[in-house]
Design a protein around this ligand. Sequence first.
Ligand SMILES: Cc1ncc(COP(=O)(O)O)c(C=O)c1O
Length: 438
Amino acid sequence: MQPIDLPGPKAKKYLERDGKFISPSYPRVYPFVMSHGKGTQVWDVDGNRFLDFAAGLAVTGTGHAHPKVVKAIQEQAEKFIHISSDFYHPAWIELSARLNDIAPFSEDALTFLSNSGSESVEAAIKLARHHTGRSQFIGFLGGFHGRTLGSLAFTASKSVYRNRFFPTMGSVVHAPYPDSYRPLLQTRAGEDYGETVVRYIEEQILTRLLPPDNVAAVLVEPIQGEGGYVIPPPGFFPALRALCDKHGILLIADEVQSGMGRTGKWWAIEHFGVEPDIVCSAKGIASGVPLGATIARKSVMTWPKGAHGNTYGGNPLACAAALATIELMEEEYIQNAAEVGEYAFDALEEIKVRHSHMGDVRGLGLMIGVDFVKDQETRQPYKAFRDRIEQLSFKHGLITLGCGQSTIRFAPPLSISKAEIDEGLHVFEHAITLAERE
Ligand SMILES: Cc1ncc(COP(=O)(O)O)c(C=O)c1O
């Protein structure tokens, strides 16, 4: 397999101009300069083809430029592009009704629309305070919820996100996330590690730091995304839900990365048998058109007129794209995510047998993480090796992105075929083999 000479001449020119005009804060990892995409395939400005196993960071669930999504956007654009949230329009109302149908709780849902994941989290934080009249929150180490000052108060995946931005909103105490591959707490006999974490919250945080009746909500990712594609043990969510119920604390599921069919169900929390009170969604919801949604039980979204709003909420292009996305998910892609996800997971387990630096392979549906370790026994993270795999995969035509300390995430379009998984994993294994030889 021959490496591609990257960046190519046209890409080089764009990178130079980018450096002159664009904020240096973006965490770019390698020089992919996109020209266009179709399904799982993307091309750069020099005509090089890649398989996209990152989907614009778990966004383009229906694949790049799905004809039905493109048509929905075009048709809406010809009618009108914007009207402001002071008024009404059919696609907004229809989308909110569809989100009510698919919300992961039995009670009716009301939805607040915004433009990003961070904003969907901000709205959830404000709603939780408004509804409960309480001010404090519990978040999780390794969590990522955005970079606005409210959502940043919860984000605890890397300190660079917080460096020089203090004070953030405050009022958030972080518990360890239930990562049973690298646990921070000691489990007692008869407990799974998820239950251990909830016991820690009850016995330490709610006893020493936060009076329970001051706590508005727990904000948690059902599967931790930026933190390393970490899946909690089965005991975690039932115990957490019971703790929240005991103290009148709201449970907010941040499904910005894990939701909209990615795990083979509409929402990742559905794998764990509990119902949250508020759900944050964005990324995959509109196939790449910016849209955030804060979906709450009707009995929780009790704030009055004027309490929260925005200019672009319910943007018609985003609503049209989201309606088309939901239809495609329902028709075939959620099912495909479950089936092809399992296929990819099994293939990765097979690859792992041949490579000693591959540690934990974990995932649900098409949200799969491969952790790299210095040694499979000690499980010590091998960040440099992971970074090298990311670069070598790119050089051989595969787009991947890292997460956590030493994990590569697979978050391809949910429309991906088994043949595309085979092709991508062939490149991935080649990259591992090359890194091992270096
Ligand atoms: C779980 C989660 N919440 C919130 C966000 C923030 O979303 P955005 O970047 O759209 O503001 C992200 C982004 O990666 C995320 O993964």
